[in-house]
Ligand binder design. Structure first.
Ligand SMILES: Nc1ncnc2c1ncn2[C@@H]1O[C@H](COP(=O)(O)OP(=O)(O)OP(=O)(O)O)[C@@H](O)[C@H]1O
Ligand SMILES: [Mg+2]
Length: 259
């Protein structure tokens, strides 16, 4: 990136003062103290209403083509929420997200059907990403091989519910990685794979980057972030604490988490 002129960089995602608020219907209002809990039990189910969770608070950044950006921060800091907002799955309360191209979110919960075979899910997942039947046919073997699902027998023709959680995550990653994405967002997907698969998927992320897309990777594994990302966004309590080169941000984050 360094050799490119500043004005030659193509923005793919712009978040501008983004706020995301979840509204939970039917949640009980009130504080978490013991007396409050007791009085709620005594009064049984009164004070039901809508509770708001302010998950992302005024986040701004610009992502460029060719970047791989790590998203780090404590549990509940807003990483998954931010990705869902970029994918257009959550409305902004305030501020805006602009995207250039179609962002695809690959989460551990990406919607595949547990009762269908791995084979059917590859087709389903491909169609869901907008690939044609022809493109899926061409890439089918590559997807299955990459996932390694068949290394231990003919699992691809069995329903996904017979897979271990790691195997299912590998298949999801393989399906998503078969397409060249404008913006690919990966939420923890690598964490469940074994070492060998992690290395393979990291290599694939680097490839996707070279095909000039932008990759976002959420991970609690700092090594995965170091190996794949050149830039890191650090979220804490929904706020962007730091945005910079991987080493700089991780150094501060590691100090923070060591406390
Ligand atoms: N569907 C939801 N409804 C209401 N609140 C939610 C929902 N999803 C997440 N939250 C809340 O939003 C905040 C941010 O959650 P989020 O899942 O984005 O965190 P995260 O950084 O991805 O955490 P983790 O590292 O544990 O995956 C948390 O306070 C969480 O409780
Ligand atoms: Mg998360």
């Amino acid at each position: 990136m360094a050799e490119q002129r500043e004005d030659a960089r193509v923005p793919t995602v712009i978040a501008d003062g983004l706020h995301i608020v979840y509204r939970v219907n039917g949640a009980r209002k009130g504080k978490g103290s013991a007396t409050a809990a007791l009085s709620r039990i005594v009064r049984r189910g009164e004070e039901r209403g809508v509770r708001e969770v302010h998950a992302v608070r005024g986040v701004s950044f610009t992502a460029y083509k060719g970047e791989a950006i790590g998203l780090i921060g404590s549990n509940g800091s807003g990483k998954s929420t931010l990705l869902r907002a970029i994918a257009g799955l959550l409305p902004a309360e305030r501020g805006r997200v602009y995207t250039n191209g179609q962002p695809s979110l690959l989460g551990v919960n990406a919607a595949l059907m547990n009762d269908l075979t791995g084979e059917r899910n590859v087709i389903l997942g491909g169609l869901a990403m907008g690939m044609s039947r022809e493109q899926i046919r061409e890439r089918y073997q590559e997807i299955v091989d990459f996932s390694g699902i068949n290394e231990k027998g003919d699992f691809i023709s069995l329903p996904m519910r017979t897979y271990s959680s790691g195997m299912a995550a590998r298949l999801r990653f393989s399906i998503a990685a078969a397409k060249d994405h404008d913006v690919l967002m990966i939420d923890e997907a690598l964490a469940t794979g074994d070492k060998k698969f992690q290395r393979r998927s990291e290599a694939r992320i680097r490839e996707l980057r070279q095909q000039a897309g932008t990759v976002f990777l959420v991970s609690h594994n700092n090594k995965s972030i170091r190996d794949t990302c050149d830039r890191v966004l650090w979220l804490e309590h929904g706020e962007l604490r730091m945005d910079g080169p991987t080493e700089e941000v991780l150094k501060e984050y590691e100090k923070f988490t060591a406390k």
